[in-house]
Design a protein around this ligand. Structure first.
Ligand code: HAM
Length: 430
């Protein structure tokens, strides 16, 4: 027997009914994004490798060891995008829609990182992200965080914690960095190998280490807060007081540094303890330097991305009753003579009843087995078209989710009946 080909490790198929949960999430999130006036952007999945090196940072885990990079047939170095921010900025500069404008965009799609797969961590995963451009004040930081809260509310998710920090300006961070490096060098014997390596290139990331033996050194390290200037402090204080006014609870976490280099000032993460080690479901912040760094004119920016797989897991485990969309009807076709009329009826019904989800039985088989399939399909009712129905011009309707006798309806009556099902979500069947 030929060997079986399987999906690549860390890359997953999304099968029904789980895909219904994905759609539910995507629909709800899209609704929130639209209510805040955000417009969708769709970007390519593959970009020139240089884009990610210059934005995410050469000395980050992502660029150092997680990118899917390959040479295409022309010898260009290309990379499967590990995130969406860099592409969005590239698109903004390329199409000239960033300069002197306020822009609010969102995107969704697969991202690729060659990480060690585990629960909540995949090599192909999906994000829904938001990027805003051209707004310098803290009001947009606040809006973006409120939007994320709106998403949890729309999904009925509770128990997420908002962690907040500020990374200051590049100058402030440079001053801090010097002190931090000096401190860490003094404690080099307490650092693990990874952190000693990071000391040179990316010392702030040492603070993010999960190594339990290093937690004391990290706790005693100087804090960036002490190096912030007046303006950065005010920016952060305004975001915090805005959250207070809007009733959003948060925890200031001075150790929140993020794994991508482009952030300035506000950074935030929404975390949960329900997902084990991979507890961050959504993360983002301000990145005022990135547009210029990638060759555009200086443009302030704020954004975030949520991890779809992680949020889907929370939804699956939550007690919230998701309104996944069931089929309204399963059309049972009794006998060969009914096949074509049934098909035509189904086409007419879909035209006449907007929103109708109707599955027509295909592939033959007896009534009993068709009804079994109808039942398994989750449909609210079965419609029956056979010789009798063709002769009488009436269609059989049988409720599948409760006991009741079959009714025989004219096509117009059936249309009215199905319209009622859509409004009442099946409550009216019987
Ligand atoms: P990030 O923190 O790298 O930020 O990723 C955002 C979210 O994507 C994470 O919080 C997590 O939920 C999800 N995620 C990341 N890696 C994986 C993985 N291997 N498997 C499953 N889920 C994962 C960014 O990507 C930034 N571009 C966010 C941003 C947008 N900042 C400003 N604008």
């Amino acid at each position: 027997m030929a060997s079986r080909i399987q999906a690549i490790r860390g890359m997953h198929d999304v099968l029904p009914p789980e895909s219904g949960l994905w759609q539910y999430l995507e629909d709800r999130v899209r609704g929130v994004l639209q209510s805040y006036g955000y417009a969708q952007i769709r970007m390519p999945i593959v970009e020139i490798t240089e884009l990610f090196k210059r934005s995410i940072g050469e000395v980050t885990d992502i660029v150092e060891k997680e990118m899917y990079t390959f040479e295409d047939r022309n010898g260009d170095s290309l990379t499967l995008r590990p995130e969406g921010t860099a592409s969005c900025v590239r698109a903004g500069i390329e199409h000239g829609f960033l300069h002197n404008q306020s822009v609010r965009l969102w995107y969704q799609g697969p991202m690729f990182r060659h990480e060690r797969p585990q629960k909540g961590r995949y090599r192909q995963f999906h994000q829904i992200g938001v990027e805003t451009f051209g707004m310098r004040g803290p009001d947009i930081d606040l809006e973006v965080i409120l939007l994320t809260r709106g998403i949890w509310q729309a999904l009925g998710l509770e128990g997420l914690t908002l962690q907040l920090n500020t990374l200051g300006t590049p100058d402030e961070r440079a001053a801090y960095r010097e002190h931090l490096v000096a401190y860490l060098q003094d404690h080099a014997q307490s650092l693990d190998e990874d952190s000693r390596r990071r000391l040179e290139g990316n010392p702030l990331r040492v603070l993010d280490s999960k190594n339990s033996e290093m937690q004391q050194v990290i706790a005693d390290a100087p804090s960036l807060m002490q190096f912030l200037g007046e303006e950065s402090r005010r920016h952060f204080a305004t975001v915090c007081s805005g959250l207070d006014d809007c009733g959003v609870a948060y925890v200031v976490n001075p150790r929140l540094v993020r794994g991508l280099d482009y952030y300035t000032l506000t950074v935030f993460e929404w975390v949960t303890d329900q997902l084990g080690a991979q507890g961050t479901v959504c993360a983002g912040g301000r990145y005022d330097g990135l547009v210029e760094q990638l060759g555009g004119r200086p443009t302030p920016a704020v954004g975030f991305a949520l991890g779809v797989e992680r949020v889907v897991t929370l939804l699956r485990d939550s007690a919230v009753e998701q309104e996944l969309d069931p089929l309204h009807a399963y059309l049972v076709v009794a006998g060969d003579a009914a096949v074509r009329p049934a098909l035509l009826l189904a086409e007419r019904l879909r035209d006449r009843v907007p929103g109708l989800r109707l599955l027509t039985h295909c592939g033959g088989g007896g009534l009993k087995s068709q009804f079994k399939k109808a039942d398994r399909s989750g449909a609210i009712c079965a419609l029956v078209v056979g010789e009798d129905e063709l002769a009488s011009g009436r269609i059989g309707v049988k409720a599948l989710r409760r006991e009741s006798a079959q009714q025989n309806l004219s096509e117009d009556e059936l249309v009215a009946f199905l319209q009622r099902q859509i409004v009442t979500r099946g409550e009216g069947v019987g």
